[in-house]
Design a protein. Structure first.
Length: 161
């Protein structure tokens, strides 16, 4: 006859509630994720603090009115309100990492372009690109929120907050 012996199947034990939460990340990886998320969170606010005092000198350098320069602030805010919908969809479908990398690339490229531009049209377009990259200081899927989500998901105990 056959040597087949049925195995006794027991239900898996639940992990102890008081035990330390499990994370796939090492302690140093958690630190780097936190540092990168914190670094990304400063872009939108930092660009505003740098940009606002320079409105009048930029108008003089570009030979346009201050009202036109103020229009770049308005366009920045409009894109900051619309772009999270696209970034959120990208993050949901492709993951947070590609979305985060894309946003960093947009901010980086637009900042270099803004430093090198010498026309109002370039300023206007690059401010919108910058906003698309940094869009989300207070929005659903900007650098800050994707970074905050990455930090929270390192520790399963924090996922309910």
């Amino acid at each position: 006859m056959s040597d087949f012996v049925p195995m006794k199947v027991t239900p898996q034990e639940e992990p102890e509630a008081g035990g330390p939460p499990f994370s796939i990340f090492t302690k140093s990886e958690k630190r780097w994720i936190s540092y990168l998320a914190s670094f990304g969170a400063m872009f939108s606010t930092l660009s505003s603090y740098i940009y606002f005092p320079a409105l009048v000198p930029m108008a003089a350098d570009l030979g346009v009115s201050v009202s036109l320069i103020n229009l770049t602030v308005t366009s920045y805010m409009i894109v900051a309100g619309v772009a999270p919908a696209f970034m959120g969809d990208l993050a949901d479908q492709g993951g947070r990492r590609p979305a985060y990398i894309l946003m960093f690339a947009l901010v980086f490229a637009s900042n270099i372009g803004l430093a090198l531009q010498d026309s109002y049209a370039a300023l206007f377009v690059l401010r919108m690109v910058q906003s698309a990259g940094a869009s989300g200081e207070n929005e659903e899927y900007g650098l800050l929120t994707i970074g905050r989500t990455a930090i929270i998901q390192q520790d399963p105990a924090l996922t309910n907050t």
